[in-house]
Design a protein. Structure first.
Length: 64
């Protein structure tokens, strides 16, 4: 066992303290007691990888 299950590492939005949420929802800062907002997954970059550049899906090549 390398690590106990502490949950997700969070940074308090109010006081900036770093703590683990212990898998609780919502996470509550142990220092100031502020409920932390739900984790927001980072927005991925533009769907660059989703669009094939080879043009195989588009038989009609348009000149732009
Ligand atoms: Zn706090």
């Amino acid at each position: 066992m390398s690590q106990p299950d502490l949950g997700t590492k969070r940074v308090c939005v109010s006081c900036g303290a770093r703590f683990y949420d212990l898998n609780r929802a919502p996470a509550i800062c142990p220092k100031c007691g502020t409920e932390q907002p739900a984790l927001v997954p980072r927005l991925r970059r533009n769907s660059d990888s989703l669009s094939p550049r080879s043009g195989e899906c588009c038989p009609h090549q348009e000149n732009r």
